[in-house]
Design a protein around this ligand. Structure first.
Ligand SMILES: [Zn+2]
Length: 417
């Protein structure tokens, strides 16, 4: 689809460079320009500058530079036309949408066609939840039982997949999507040797996974009936637009609150994120199913330097995630931990005590990582001198990862006390 020059000008006018980039990183004013750590390459001190007067950005580390349209092309991996369309949507600029011709469809790059198919699927599942009898009688009551309001369900674009082998695939094919794209988007599974194709998600409630700018890039899906042969949660496979180690569930809905509260709460599950969000605690994301990765930490670091990890009271789970904490320290971020009472997770606990008491609990119980780790292991070591020596070595190892020497020495002193 071609946009006329007048529309392009209007889009470019509306899409002020600082505002567009501010969706992806926290910009800080210094002199005439705004600065941030570059979203295109890993760095700990800002070399990415934005000039609102000139309408351009430039990274002095990796050399990426351009205007707001170029930025969207680079960070979302879109072509020129799709980047303009993305901005038109953000700034509510009406564009004439004519049906695509075959040549135009061909011209779309591979990533774009995946985004379009995933968006179609998201709408389809959402429609099932609100319009289809099965969605209304099976999917919708599940979310209601979890205490989610319609507003929350819509904010996270939750949906439902029917208990039919190929309902989605047939619908999408009928609407002009190619089987190739559906397969590459992780939506349809093909068994060519048996001449079969079927939907990846069936008879499950659907949690769309969004990237930072709100595009649907994958799905998590929870089973509703007890079936030992089926996993409780099923996720999209890795695709060209979905790398699970690079993304955090809820980051799109949370980013502005993370920026304004200057802290990011990290939880484990989709429903923890959604429950806290509904309770008005919006600065929360989940690593959902993977142990925390460097890319995920850097994604948070675009918006804040402070992470508070909220654990449910399971000691095995806590130990398994200590490595992730070391990585946060290594990136120069501040990390605190909160453990909830036995048998509670953030979801259940916020529903039990309400949001004010919940925030107060976090404030009262957040301990820094080093203190937390010392307490956890000292309890185990008891009076065993070998175990205690091992522990001290371990603590020193953690502290030495902190890149800032002043912060490091504070922790060393604390640890010797
Ligand atoms: Zn850079």
């Amino acid at each position: 689809m071609r946009l006329d020059q007048e529309t392009i000008e209007r889009i470019k006018q509306a899409a002020q460079v600082a505002d567009v980039i501010g969706d992806y990183v926290s910009l800080k004013k210094k002199g005439a320009n705004l600065w941030a750590c570059c979203p295109f390459h890993g760095e700990k001190s800002p070399s990415f500058s934005v000039s609102p007067a000139k309408g351009i950005y430039k990274c002095f580390g990796c050399g990426k530079a351009g205007d707001s349209v170029r930025f969207i092309m680079d960070i979302e991996g879109l072509g020129y036309g799709e980047a303009l369309r993305h901005l038109a949507k953000k700034y509510s600029i009406a564009i004439q949408e004519s049906p695509l011709t075959d040549e135009q469809l061909q011209a779309q790059n591979a990533r774009e066609s995946l985004y379009i198919a995933l968006n179609y699927a998201k709408n389809y599942y959402q429609n099932n939840l609100f319009q289809h009898e099965e969605g209304q009688s099976i999917g919708y009551p599940y979310f209601k039982e979890r205490g989610f309001s319609d507003k929350t369900i819509k904010a996270f674009e939750l949906g439902y997949s029917l208990d039919i082998w190929d309902a989605f695939t047939r619908d999408a094919l009928k609407n002009g999507y190619s089987i190739d794209v559906l397969e590459k988007a992780g939506l349809t599974i093909r068994k060519p040797e048996e001449n079969k194709m079927f939907d990846r998600f069936r008879n499950r409630v659907i949690f769309p996974i969004h990237n930072v700018s709100g595009k649907t890039i994958a799905f998590g899906a929870r089973i509703l009936k007890a079936d030992k042969n089926q996993p409780k949660y099923l996720n999209s496979p890795e695709t060209e637009v979905y790398h699970k180690s690079n993304i955090l569930y809820g980051i799109y809905q949370a980013k502005n609150a993370i920026r304004s509260k200057d802290v990011c709460y990290l939880v484990e599950g989709y429903t923890d994120v959604i429950s806290l969000y509904q309770a008005g605690i919006e600065n929360v994301v989940a690593s959902s199913g993977t142990s925390l990765t460097l890319e995920q930490i850097r994604l948070i670091a675009r918006f804040t330097q402070n992470i508070t990890v909220l654990y449910d009271g399971d000691p095995a789970g806590i130990k398994a995630s200590l490595r992730g904490m070391d990585m946060i320290l290594e990136e120069g971020l501040n990390v605190k931990l909160v453990v909830f009472p036995q048998g509670e997770d953030p979801d259940s606990y916020v529903q039990k005590i309400g949001s004010d008491a919940f925030v107060q609990y976090i404030t009262d119980h957040a301990s820094d990582f080093i203190t937390f780790k010392a307490e956890l292991f000292l309890k185990e070591a008891g009076n065993d001198p070998f175990k205690r020596a091992e522990l001290i070595k371990d603590m020193v190892g953690s502290i030495s990862r902190i890149p800032d020497s002043i912060k490091r020495s504070v922790f060393f002193k604390k640890q010797q006390a």
